[in-house]
Design a protein around this ligand. Structure first.
Ligand SMILES: Cc1cc2nc3c(=O)[nH]c(=O)nc-3n(C[C@H](O)[C@H](O)[C@H](O)COP(=O)(O)OP(=O)(O)OC[C@H]3O[C@@H](n4cnc5c(N)ncnc54)[C@H](O)[C@@H]3O)c2cc1C
Length: 265
């Protein structure tokens, strides 16, 4: 069967090893770290491209974020996506998962003609894992979590998806259109095509929509539209190694070790 749009939600995240938090504002210091496409979203994009190779369709990437995300959307185009849309608006700043999912669902409705929506299972920064289910709820479509593959799409508008469970996997039948949250690391994302990358960087025209373009009022999004507030934030740093070296006889070392253990207990 020929598929229509296969939509991939894509978030740009700070590189986890460079992540810093602002204890005052209780938010991530987004300028402090280098950025990357959320790793699970690369797996979602790879799966979408494989589905397209098998069943046809158009892969459309959609993001809600600041204008500096544009190069990352172009990278998704270089990997093989057919189109990319960025929803970007100051009114969206401070959105928790409620307005984020509302906004993304409105963008997906505006794209229209979708058969499959693929999200990453969770982001490596916010990491709530709420966005996939939230979008499906707003759209009123079925959703399956932790999938690693779409095994088959049949003419009667059904798909068989492989879902990871503790100790194995199950095959779930789901009716189109559906949304699935794709498991991190379930496939190897392809490298961007070099010539397509150059074309994407120079010629691809990114579509940018505002909140108003999606019929959203400032009250529905951003801090005003959010149902939750971060009231406290604590950074847990991994313990540093002491790197102490002890020498002596077996008895002396045993005594020193016992002393050391007592001091930290
Ligand atoms: C209480 C609370 C307050 C917050 N306040 C702020 C704040 O003040 N400022 C701020 O910048 N952030 C804030 N956030 C974070 C913001 O809500 C999240 O970045 C956003 O809602 C996505 O949630 P997540 O990262 O947990 O995504 P998850 O649900 O973990 O992501 C799953 C998948 O959803 C998709 N996805 C998620 N977000 C996007 C996106 N923006 N565009 C496209 N696809 C996406 C991706 O495919 C991703 O792999 C807050 C979060 C919470 C819970």
């Amino acid at each position: 069967m020929g598929l229509r749009n296969i939509i991939v939600t894509m978030k740009v995240v700070p590189k986890i090893e460079e992540l810093e938090f602002d204890p005052e504002t209780k938010t991530i210091r987004r300028g402090a770290a280098g950025n990357e496409i959320n790793p699970a979203d690369k797996n979602a994009l790879e799966l979408a491209l494989r589905i397209k190779d098998r069943y046809g369709g158009r892969v459309v990437v959609v993001s809600m974020g600041p204008p500096f995300w544009e190069p990352y959307l172009k990278l998704a185009i270089a990997m093989g996506a057919d189109d990319a849309i960025l929803v970007s608006d100051r009114a969206l700043a401070g959105s928790d998962t409620l307005p984020t999912t509302l906004t993304l669902s409105k963008a997906i409705e505006k794209i229209g003609d979708y058969d499959i929506i693929l999200c990453g299972e969770e982001s490596s920064d916010g990491g709530t894992g709420q966005v996939p289910s939230g979008i499906a709820e707003w759209l009123g479509i079925p959703h399956v979590t932790f999938i690693s593959d779409v095994m088959d799409v049949t003419d009667d508008n059904k798909a068989m998806v492989k879902r990871t469970i503790k100790g194995g996997h199950e095959i779930v039948e789901v009716t189109l259109p559906f949304l699935a949250a794709v498991e991190l690391g379930c496939n190897t994302p392809r490298f961007p095509d070099f010539r397509r990358k150059r074309w994407a960087e120079r010629e691809f025209q990114l579509t940018v929509w505002s909140a108003a373009d999606l019929g959203l009022s400032p009250e529905e999004v951003g801090l005003k539209g959010s149902a939750t507030t971060v009231v406290d934030l604590e950074e847990v740093k991994p313990p540093t190694r002491l790197k102490k070296k002890y020498t002596g006889s077996a008895e002396e070392l045993a005594d020193k070790l016992a002393e050391l253990l007592k001091s930290i207990m």
